[in-house]
Design a binder for this molecule. Structure first.
Ligand SMILES: [Cu+2]
Length: 82
């Protein structure tokens, strides 16, 4: 349930990196797993670089939860500063 005093969505961008993407279907699996999380606005996976960009509300979904969602899809990843 939404709280009444929450006036604005606070979205941040987190970058994860994975070295375990072997084919383009990995991209779809990870984007789907992240997209299912409440609080994720957008998830974009770059196959060539293994870069995973996620726009999310940190109050609803933490960086650790993002890493966990990628792991649930079958891939190890780490939060990256760029
Ligand atoms: Cu694949």
């Amino acid at each position: 349930m939404r709280t009444m005093n929450r006036v604005k969505e606070e979205t941040m961008k987190t970058i994860l990196r994975s070295r375990e993407l072997n084919c383009p279907s990995c991209v779809a699996k990870i984007e789907k797993s992240l997209g299912r999380l409440d609080g994720v606005e957008r998830a974009k996976v770059h196959f060539n670089s293994g870069k995973i960009e996620v726009e999310h509300d940190p109050a609803l979904v933490s960086m650790e939860a993002l890493v966990q969602a990628v792991r649930d899809a079958g891939y190890a990843s780490k939060v990256s500063p760029f």
